[in-house]
Design a protein around this ligand. Structure first.
Ligand code: FAD
Ligand code: PYC
Length: 416
């Protein structure tokens, strides 16, 4: 990591940001590239970085209709974990977690990775059994997992109501101690800066509006800033995946739902781990700014509105307060939503599309932030070599016709 003196940090903090260097260029689009990535979220930017770094592709453009990280990457609740059930998911998400552990160093950008542990609470006997099943599966897949008692939960999260009379009594938890959080927009910025340094053109305010396709093969894209040619195009647009697939002439088994989250006013430190409670429908952690970062389940009707409705917001707050009654007077500061791309088995679709030269990164649903380093790495491999990496071989679109689902809805850890 580049070293900064305390004086330099103080000078920057007090400056009006004048003369700060741009973290990446803002080039005009060229007429042709070797590869185009649609979507400047974490997955698109990571793919661009790995295409340049691992595969030597330098004539690469990321086309983003808005601003970098303005989609779900900048709207999520920053939880990173690899407590999945099936071997293929475990290998994929743990590869991502291992990349996150070294990402600040790799990209020379502090993404504030914080392995503060993630607890999935058990409120019933059945929850205990299910958590034990997941813990056993994780250990069989070589991933750290512990089952902890109510007393240990109380020690880790003293503000949590662990009394036997609680509305949702806590019987124990599954903990992944290596799991935690990272600053979401820093992940996008870190990949953007590193990709730019390797020659990738990152072009914001450039919407892809269509595809040039000849005899089943992609030749380029139409954009709000004119046509751009490329023999290979990756689509990494989360909740808008079906919209773009339709423009390319195929359908995806993706439904887009809003997932909302909120933060409280800043508080003094009250929680230094992440608590997920599928039964109450709420989860929370505390950011470095002191805000409680709170989320719940999907607004379960298809939508492209980045808002979310009041009933789900209220249910989430009620669930959170049933666990943490002492927070009842804390005020909600902000609320927002992102459009999640949910696949039938809640696993990603990461691989080839029915059009030659078009590749897909979608189906991340409510859980793709934690996947970004693995998703970008595997998408780059698939695009560059025209075949999946071993880590994403199970996640092709063809699994829905082969009846080879990887059903991880239960691993979402939130009402789904
Ligand atoms: P995005 O970050 O959404 O990027 C896609 C980009 O494509 C957008 O910037 C969009 O503007 C752009 N785009 C769309 N259409 C076009 C077009 N036609 N032309 C050009 N650009 C286009 N995951 C976790 O792992 N942990 C969590 O704690 C977590 N919490 C979440 C909480 C909330 C409230 C939400 C909404 C999501 C959460 N997720 C979480 C999920 C995670 O945020 C996403 O799965 C992940 O960020 C998806 O990244 P992406 O790069 O695929 O998509
Ligand atoms: O994937 O860990 C996750 C998550 C938690 C809340 C939303 N997504």
């Amino acid at each position: 990591m580049r070293g900064y003196s305390a004086l330099a940090i103080a000078r920057n903090a007090l400056s009006d940001h004048a003369h700060w260097p741009q973290a990446w260029r803002s080039p005009e689009p060229q007429t042709a590239y070797d590869a185009i990535i649609v979507g400047g979220g974490g997955h698109g930017l990571a793919c661009a970085y790995y295409l340049a770094k691992e595969h030597g592709l330098r004539r690469v453009a990321v086309l983003e209709k808005g601003w970098l990280g303005g989609g779900n990457t900048g709207r999520n609740t920053t939880i990173i974990r690899s407590n999945y059930f099936y071997a293929s998911s475990a290998a994929f998400y743990d590869f991502a977690l291992r990349q996150y552990e070294g990402l600040s160093r790799e990209l020379n950008f502090n993404i504030m990775f914080s392995p503060r542990g993630v607890l999935v609470l058990s409120h019933t006997r059945h929850d205990l059994e299910m958590n034990r099943r997941v813990a056993n599966a994780m250990r069989l897949n070589g991933i750290d997992a512990d089952l902890i008692s109510r007393d240990e939960v109380k020690r880790l999260a003293p503000a949590l109501d662990c009394s036997p009379t609680a509305r949702f009594p806590v019987l124990g938890a599954l903990i992944q101690r290596r799991a935690g959080t990272a600053r979401h927009d820093a992940v996008a910025w870190a990949y953007a800066r590193a990709a730019d340094a390797l020659g990738v053109d990152i072009i914001q305010s450039c919407e892809v509006t269509g595809f040039q396709i000849e005899r089943g093969r992609v030749r380029g894209v139409e954009t709000s800033r004119g046509p751009i040619q490329a023999p290979k195009v990756a689509i990494a647009v989360a909740g808008h995946s079906s919209v773009l697939a339709e423009k390319a002439g195929f359908r995806l088994p993706i439904i887009s739902y809003a997932l909302q989250a909120m933060v409280s006013e800043p508080l003094k430190p009250v929680l230094d781990t992440v608590v997920l409670s599928p039964a109450t429908g709420a989860y929370l952690s505390q950011s470095d700014k002191g805000e409680l970062v709170i989320g719940g389940g999907l607004d379960l009707y298809p939508s492209y509105a980045q808002r979310g409705g009041l009933p789900v917001n209220e249910t989430t707050v009620a669930g959170m307060l049933s666990m943490f009654p002492s927070l009842s007077r804390v005020r909600q500061l902000r609320q927002w939503a992102g459009i999640c791309d949910v696949s039938p088995d809640s696993s990603p679709i990461l691989g080839k599309s029915p059009i030659e030269g078009i590749y897909l990164s979608t189906g991340w649903g409510t859980g793709g932030f934690k996947a970004i380093p693995a998703g970008g790495y595997c998408l780059a491999h698939t695009l560059a070599r025209d075949e999946p990496h071993a880590l994403n071989a199970a996640f092709g679109l063809d699994r829905f016709v082969r009846n080879a689902l990887v059903d991880e809805a239960g691993a979402a850890s939130i009402p789904h």
